[in-house]
Design a protein around this ligand. Sequence first.
Ligand code: HEM
Length: 487
Amino acid sequence: NMLGTAFLLLNGLLLLLLLYTTRRRNKNEPPLDKGSIPWLGHAFEFLKDPAKFLARMKDKHGDIFTFRLAGIYVTVLLDPNSFDGVLNDDTNSFDFNNRRGQLLKRIFNLQLPGNYPASILLLFFRHFHGVNQLKLSTSMTSHLSDVMLKSFEPRSPSQWREDGLFELCYSLLFRAGYLTLFERKDDVDAVYREFRKFDDLLTKLARGSLKREERRVVATSQDRLWDLLYSGRVNGSWQQSYVQFLEEMGVDADMQKKAQLLQLWNTQCNAGPAAFWVLGFLLTHPEAMEAVKSEISGLPSLQDTSLQRRPLNQLEAQSTPVFDSVLSETLRLTAAVMINREVVKDKILRMANGKEYHLRRGDRVCLFPFLSPQMDPQIHEEPQMFKYDRFLNEDKTVKKEFYKNEKKLKYFTLPWGAGKSICVGKEFAVTAIKQFVFLFLTHFDLELCSPNDKLPPVNPSRFGFGMLQPDGDLRVKFRLKTMQREM
Ligand code: HEM
């Protein structure tokens, strides 16, 4: 009867719960930390501030440990010298499609058939590298100067304009990036507005912690974005290839529409925040600003050119080690991707120090490069400090040698992710940020509204989602330089 079945089911559930909660650490497994709450384990503390929680666990357990997160056991690996055991595993013990599929469904309502094939990465690489990247970057430069000048309207660019630096950078890079990669002009303001509403709530959406009103806001902006992105013709070569690729995979029109929003987010959510941190660090570290400005003033192609004449096309070809170091140092402090894999086969993980650990099938493995290598005091001295020349050698060449426990590191900072899920837009992104910062510094006066202002703190909910965003903003004022006004 019904009661009997319910009783049996309940018993079964309790037994399962007991099995879950009574997991013990076997001899050759990483230290196990289940937390005190049954099933949930450390979920609350982890979700509140992943970086703080994982730093506490690292202090307690060292470079590898397993903790319980809402019924799942997550093994966190924090020794970069041992990352290749996961990133370059040749035993097919790790899978990233499953978890990725869950997130795509939850955030973008997107379901793609089967495995996400590696060929999509090849497609992206083809369109975002080499000649194609140069074409995109050239188009990006002209859009950047347009949107920068337009942002003053209806006033004249020679008058001081005041704004929050984060709002400013995000909006300018988004607009220019959208015009470059999506090639539709009419709706850029609406797309940006809706995108920011969506992005502001994205981490809550991913964690399933939206309040009712927030759920409505997200649903509305998703709807609008799907329509806005889909209404025009799909222009531009990478988009055409992408749509064709989806069609060949048998993805229907509705899902194609949803995939457009995924690509909008992939391509636009990181560069704006990164540009904010670069300019923010420069404005609050005068010696760094001096060094970058002096490097720029030595660049031949940046002399005597007006904004309208778009001087920066050959920028990529010029060597700018000081700026490159500033960018690496900024990303070290503010890029916080989490690299997650599911263990699909029992695996023996060999660490750089020779120790071996057994990873259980069904668990998850997580690399969090923000904690190590990026904020690891054994690798980067005083890791909390912004040191603009951290990635420079004495002879002003780019520094690539860093050590942990006297062993040279292959991974000393990982803002772009690694392995199968590495960023395919890296070259384009670096060029775009460089173009933006150089345009700003050569053509505009830019100052803090209050000279003693500090950078706002990081919003902890963004850990694990790529570029961090600030909690609050930094007020700045800017205007077109006199030299430019006279031209
Ligand atoms: C500072 C700027 C950027 C940073 C730090 C960054 C970082 C990342 C990271 C960490 C991932 C992997 C995400 C994951 O593991 O789930 C990723 C993926 C991706 N990025 Fe970037 N990114 C930046 C800018 C850009 C730009 C400007 C583009 C545009 C071309 C772009 C295109 C992509 C794409 C298409 C993917 C997804 C690749 C896939 O499907 O696996 N990124 N990015």
